[in-house]
Design a protein around this ligand. Structure first.
Ligand SMILES: Nc1ncnc2c1ncn2[C@@H]1O[C@H](COP(=O)(O)OP(=O)(O)OP(=O)(O)O)[C@@H](O)[C@H]1O
Ligand SMILES: [Mg+2]
Length: 209
């Protein structure tokens, strides 16, 4: 399982294409998906979560909806693919819950860890790309793109807190995370992403996994 993480406008969806192209070149069967969402019911929960009209949604409800969507996503999409030997490339996963509902909304990490165990059991991503950049730059990019969703309407401080949680988690798990400077241009970030993926696949293959 490979995941892409980072705040709004960091370039996750842009670089997902680079990863997909590289996996195709390497002949690795994979599935592209995203969170919240990635299955029919999870996509409906996504719509609830992102709707700017749901401004008053309380933090606990938000966290539980994110994990409800994740449970469906895992059951309907991710686990069946992984069990069939298909790699899964997900645009956001549980690190985003620690960053947004934890760092952003202030929910204690222990509560999130509890839900993580409940919903995922032992399943964790094998490789996570963290696209790191100042919230100001990310939000500028996101704003230039389209109308803002419920999260994108949050303050700069909210996203800076989320960013710090992402960086902290990357420090705690250096084996899983690849932190990339997302302020570089698309091609430069793409080159780093591609090389990191090739290195990962080479290491997997030489260790016989
Ligand atoms: N390295 C880059 N430099 C400049 N602009 C970029 C870069 N990467 C992506 N962009 C542009 O910034 C915008 C946001 O990129 P993208 O949609 O990939 O971000 P994202 O991380 O998926 O955001 P979100 O979390 O909101 O889905 C897009 O318009 C994209 O073309
Ligand atoms: Mg995106």
């Amino acid at each position: 399982m490979i995941t892409l993480e980072g705040i709004e406008g960091a370039g996750k969806s842009t670089q997902r294409e680079t990863l997909a192209t590289t996996l195709t070149e390497l002949g690795i069967p994979f599935l592209q998906t995203r969170e919240p969402g990635g299955s029919p019911i999870a996509e409906r929960i996504r719509a609830l979560l992102l709707d700017p009209a749901h401004k008053g949604l309380c933090a606990q409800a938000e966290l539980l909806l994110v994990f409800a969507a994740r449970a469906e996503h895992l059951d309907q999409t991710m686990r069946p693919a992984l069990e069939a030997g298909t790699w899964v490339l997900s645009d956001r996963f549980t690190d985003a819950s620690f960053a947004y509902q934890g760092g952003g909304r202030g929910i204690p990490a222990e509560s999130i860890t509890g839900l993580e165990s409940l919903v995922q059991g032992e399943l964790r991503p094998d490789l996570t790309f963290l696209f790191d950049l100042p919230a100001e730059i990310g939000l500028k990019r996101a704003k230039a793109r389209a109308d803002l969703d419920r999260f994108e309407a949050e303050t700069l401080e909210f996203f800076e807190r989320a960013r710090q949680v992402y960086l902290h988690r990357a420090k705690q798990e250096p084996g899983r995370f690849r932190v990339l400077d997302a302020t570089l241009d698309v091609e430069q970030v793409g080159r780093h992403v591609r090389q990191a993926l090739i290195d990962f696949v080479t290491r997997m293959q030489s260790s016989g996994q």
